[in-house]
Design a protein around this ligand. Structure first.
Ligand SMILES: CC(C)(COP(=O)(O)OP(=O)(O)OC[C@H]1O[C@@H](n2cnc3c(N)ncnc32)[C@H](O)[C@@H]1OP(=O)(O)O)[C@@H](O)C(=O)NCCC(=O)NCCS
Ligand SMILES: CC(=O)OP(=O)(O)O
Length: 325
């Protein structure tokens, strides 16, 4: 089944509400209006009412099914500031808390934290750092996950689908973090009907090169195998050994993953971010994400290059992440 149809089926009837802090961006507003009129999610868009209405008028959007909340004047602000102050536990003063919750990304994150929304989608205008920092500080990672990470579903045509990670968050993850990224990525892959076969990528295959960067991937592979003994996962593998069966036979003949991998774990953010953009722009893959993994509640950061369709899909994914155990 088509990925989006499958996600639509998964979230239909669940009435998940998703908050969009960038409510005056036409890409965001257009996607929110479509999601609401398709009956898939209940959007909460943030912004000054008149500013949101002006964009809607200009673009011909019908706002009837949307909830609009203004982070500058919302009645929940005092309660939110108190909850934020308590959650930051000494890392923000009461005055700082009151000011910070008026920032749309903090306000949206707090709605999710306080159970007033089931997820947040932002980042069409804001940088990744500004979008995800509130989630890292407030929503935090699930038990057993020390660092959140950002994955992309890479899709070409109807049936070719892979998961790449981390392409968005951890600049130079240590071996433990890399192992956790691999295990979380396998869980995310299942949400997209991918039966995960995880390759821990490197510029070396099974000892063909020696360097501290390779040692890190070897250690991460061993740690991930311990964390998830039943998961099909192997490393260290070059991309060709991971992906091309004939190359796998030459470079890693013993490996059950080499040549069949569909979840690709990059050793650092330089390779991960560059890698997904090359597949997207030269390989004509659609890149859906980044999908933040390992948080207590779903928050997604868009690429600033996202279009309305991307926003629509990422919002569906964010809603569907509520279904991950
Ligand atoms: C994600 C990122 C913004 C976090 O950086 P930061 O805000 O400077 O992080 P800090 O070290 O100040 O930590 C801020 C808080 O987030 C937490 N945190 C930071 N990274 C985290 C991670 N990966 N997972 C979970 N928590 C994390 C810290 O523990 C800290 O929490 P605390 O305030 O409760 O103690 C940073 O790693 C980054 O810029 N990554 C690259 C983003 C990027 O440009 N990607 C390419 C485009 S998508
Ligand atoms: C994920 C990513 O690279 O985001 P951006 O293009 O906004 O930097």
């Amino acid at each position: 089944m088509d990925l989006i149809q499958s996600l639509e089926q998964k979230v239909t009837g669940k009435n998940y509400s998703i908050v969009f802090p960038e409510g005056t961006d036409p890409r965001i507003l257009g996607a929110a209006v479509r999601l609401a009129s398709d009956g898939l999610i209940q959007p909460i868009v943030l912004g000054e009412q008149s500013a949101v209405e002006a964009v809607a008028k200009d673009k011909g959007f019908n706002l009837a099914k949307l909830t609009i909340r203004d982070p500058q004047t919302d009645a929940l602000l005092p309660e939110m500031a108190k909850a934020f102050f308590e959650r930051r536990n000494g890392k923000a003063t009461e005055e700082q808390a009151a000011a910070m919750v008026k920032d749309p990304n903090y306000f949206g994150t707090m709605l999710v934290y306080m159970g007033k929304a089931d997820g947040m989608v932002s980042g069409a205008v804001h940088s990744t750092a500004d979008t995800v920092r509130p989630a890292l500080q407030i929503i935090k990672t699930r038990p057993g996950v020390s660092r959140t990470s950002g994955a992309f579903i890479m899709q070409r045509g109807r049936d070719e689908r892979y998961l790449f990670a981390d392409n968005a968050i951890n600049i130079d993850p240590d071996a433990q973090t890399l192992a956790e990224i691999a295990v979380e990525s396998a869980k995310t892959a299942k949400l997209f009907d991918i039966d995960p076969k995880v390759a821990m990528l490197s510029f070396s295959t099974k000892g063909s090169a020696k360097a501290p960067q390779v040692d890190k991937v070897v250690e991460a592979t061993a740690l991930a195998q311990k964390l998830a003994p039943d998961l099909a996962l192997d490393g260290e593998l070059q991309f060709d050994a991971a992906f091309v069966p004939t190359v796998a036979k030459l470079k890693a003949p013993e490996s059950k993953v080499a040549g069949n991998a569909n979840v690709f774990i990059f050793p650092d953010l330089q390779s991960g971010n560059i890698g997904y953009k090359i597949a997207q722009r030269l390989g004509n893959f659609e890149a859906i994400g980044p999908i933040l993994q390992g948080l207590n509640k779903p928050v997604s950061d868009l690429s600033r290059g996202a279009n309305e369709e991307d926003v629509y899909k990422v919002a569906l994914i964010t809603a569907a992440q509520n279904l991950i155990d």
